[in-house]
Ligand binder design. Structure first.
Ligand SMILES: C[S@@+](CC[C@H](N)C(=O)[O-])C[C@H]1O[C@@H](n2cnc3c(N)ncnc32)[C@H](O)[C@@H]1O
Length: 333
């Protein structure tokens, strides 16, 4: 995390303090496992694992996601797909296994993870059906022109890694622009352009996630899927007694090994997509990862049992409720 309390470059005055949470250095230089991050995708990877066993359809994350996306998107009309931040490559492996006609690109900031993706994806490329390439790049350095060629972009559980401005003061909206620095001007411009709602006087702002959605929309990609830990989930009524989620309108810091992530304010991403003429489907992982709510699960969720398997399942089920996704479909007139 970079601390920001330096004077404004133009006026020499110190206006406000804020922090920039930037994970790129960690992802480029330090990341050597996703083991600490317990992504939902990785939690469902091995066949006999306890998380898969409680599902109505005990399958891998990529297969469950693909089955769901085929209900929303016309895969027969999708030719080129890009996955940004594909982790170990499991989602693309599953998608390509089921849609062998797709030509795909894996773009990742982490050289370590790209190597892992190559190993995972050897299984499907060996069949020789798909064109697949790997690009080591920070998504924010990717030219917009390059993105235009794709029909579908996938960003799963990574937009919380993108830069976040924390502890920004709402005073930036009433301060004369010449007294603001470039970051403050950038945040203010986005708030004004997309009429973003900010509920507190000091707030955390998913700058990178918002810029990423804007960049994808401006490139005109027809279909976009993204997901992340949300700060805006409200409890679905049938699960309200589990108290798995707490509504917090401000993105919340999640401390991880070597870096911090932030939960995402999905209403801001919706506002951007809407402005760029996309139809939006928003939901939580429980839409496509359904679990059997039986007496054992009730016990596990309500008890504080410290058995390893119970702790794993409590964490997993809580995540299913806390993760939101957006499927964006470009309107055609
Ligand atoms: C938490 S992992 C998620 C991996 C996978 N999508 C999953 O669901 O298991 C975040 C991924 O995003 C990548 N990433 C983070 N920041 C990035 C950036 N600025 N540009 C490209 N990839 C990035 C990481 O290297 C990693 O592959």
């Amino acid at each position: 995390m970079n601390k920001k309390s330096t004077p404004c470059s133009r006026t020499g005055k110190t206006i406000m303090k804020y922090n920039i949470n930037d994970t790129s250095d960690y992802h480029i230089n330090d990341l050597d496992t996703l083991g600490w991050e317990l992504t939902v995708c990785n939690s469902l990877e091995s066949e006999g694992n306890p998380c898969r066993k409680i599902l109505k359809d005990p399958d891998s994350f990529g297969n469950l996601l693909f089955k769901y996306l085929t209900k929303l998107l016309p895969f027969e009309n999708i030719g080129r797909i890009i996955e940004i931040g594909g982790g170990y490559g499991y989602i693309m492996r599953d998608i390509l296994s089921q849609a062998p006609h797709l030509n795909s690109v894996m773009l990742d900031i982490s050289g370590f993870l790209l190597e892992r993706q190559k190993i995972t994806l050897e299984q499907v490329t060996e069949k020789g059906l798909n064109t697949l390439s790997f690009i080591k790049k920070d998504f924010f350095q990717t030219p917009s022109d390059f993105l235009k060629q794709f029909d579908l972009a996938i960003l799963n559980e990574n937009i919380g890694d993108f830069p976040v401005i924390s502890e920004m003061s709402l005073e930036i909206m009433n301060t004369s622009p010449e007294n603001l620095d470039d970051i403050e001007l950038g945040v203010r411009a986005l708030i004004e352009k997309y009429s973003l709602q900010i509920e507190s006087s000091i707030f955390n702002f998913n700058l990178g996630a918002i810029q990423a959605v804007e960049k994808l929309c401006l490139s005109g990609i027809k279909y976009i899927y993204l997901s992340e830990h949300s700060c805006e989930v409200t409890e679905q009524s049938q699960f309200s007694d589990l108290k798995t989620v707490r509504l917090d309108k401000n993105p919340e810091r999640i401390r991880l090994k070597g870096h911090d992530e932030y939960t995402v304010k999905f209403s801001h991403l919706e506002a951007v997509a809407e402005n760029h003429d996309y139809t939006i489907k928003r939901g939580s992982y429980t839409d496509f990862i359904e679990y059997n709510r039986d007496s054992r699960i009730n016990f596990i969720m309500k008890s504080n049992s410290s058995k390893d398997e119970h702790e794993i399942l409590r964490h997993f089920i809580t995540d299913l409720h806390k993760y939101e996704y957006l499927v964006l479909i470009k309107n055609t007139f």
